[in-house]
Design a protein around this ligand. Structure first.
Ligand SMILES: C[S@@+](CC[C@H](N)C(=O)[O-])C[C@H]1O[C@@H](n2cnc3c(N)ncnc32)[C@H](O)[C@@H]1O
Length: 245
């Protein structure tokens, strides 16, 4: 996947793209992340990228010209098939695992990071295919949201993570939260790992994990638990659990 990021602060992406799993995905040519400094496209003498809002009011607004030229420059690098242009915005559709799954199938994305009071509406009207928010709160800029989006989307690209099984079982992938995880040692300071995990009985382990997933979801995010979508086996596990409360 090719990702172009339009930002006033490209340096914020340096550590991000050279660390951890993402750096490996970049090194293996599974993902490319290119940043473009919007300021480089400002045509005015002082390289200004923002101006006062028409109609008055607080703050500054990112100007049309630098943004428009930056977007046109990036789009010119593509052929007939243009990538989706996404504006990170608190007014957008909230990012979920299923939206991340859809986006992970795109060959390319252009991410537009706003700042100040946001960007001139004419950019949104002319170029933006989708506005995406990372949650119902307001940040200073779109850089952190762009990194959040890149992280959760790229790890879903086949081959980026070691095991695709881990993605399938993760929280939010199949409607439930994940089960608790343990690693060595088996006993630490008197706290033991649940015995079933040491039993080698894969069927029992699977059953335990499924029940723990149901328990985590029930206790931490009951809003996610859709009983109508659960199998008879899941409902049985849930009933067993609820009887212990
Ligand atoms: C201070 S915000 C502008 C908020 C705008 N005045 C409004 O009320 O909708 C500046 C920039 O941060 C980014 N941003 C802030 N919160 C965000 C969120 N929850 N999700 C995605 N981007 C966000 C956007 O790119 C936005 O243009």
């Amino acid at each position: 996947m090719k990702i172009d990021v339009l930002t006033l602060f490209p340096e914020m992406f340096e550590t991000f793209r050279t660390s951890s799993i993402l750096s490996r995905a970049v090194a293996n040519n599974m993902v490319s992340i290119q940043t473009h400094n919007i300021r480089d496209f400002a045509a005015n003498k002082h390289k200004n990228t923002d101006d006062y809002p028409y109609g008055g009011g607080a703050g500054m607004v990112m100007m049309v010209q630098p943004l428009s030229d930056a977007i046109k420059h990036v789009l010119a690098g593509y052929g007939e098939e243009k990538p989706k242009v996404i504006y990170l915005s608190p007014q957008g559709k909230v990012l979920t695992q299923s939206l991340a799954q859809q986006l992970s199938k795109e060959p390319a994305l252009i991410l537009l990071c706003g700042h100040y009071e946001g960007i001139d509406q004419r950019i949104i009207d002319r170029y933006v295919d989708m506005e995406i928010s990372i949650g119902d709160y307001v940040l200073t800029g779109g850089e952190l949201p762009a990194m959040v989006l890149i992280d959760c989307v790229t790890r879903l690209i086949p081959g980026v993570l070691g095991s695709s099984q881990s993605i399938l079982e993760e929280s939010h992938s199949a409607g439930l939260l994940e089960y608790p995880q343990y690693t060595r040692p088996a006993v630490y300071d008197g706290d033991a790992v649940p015995e079933v995990l040491l039993s080698g009985n894969h069927k029992e382990i699977e059953r335990w994990r499924r029940q723990q997933s149901l328990k985590n979801t029930l206790l931490k995010r009951p809003d996610l638990l859709n009983r109508d979508a659960l199998s008879d086996e899941d409902l049985k596990l849930l009933k067993e659990l609820e009887d212990t409360f």
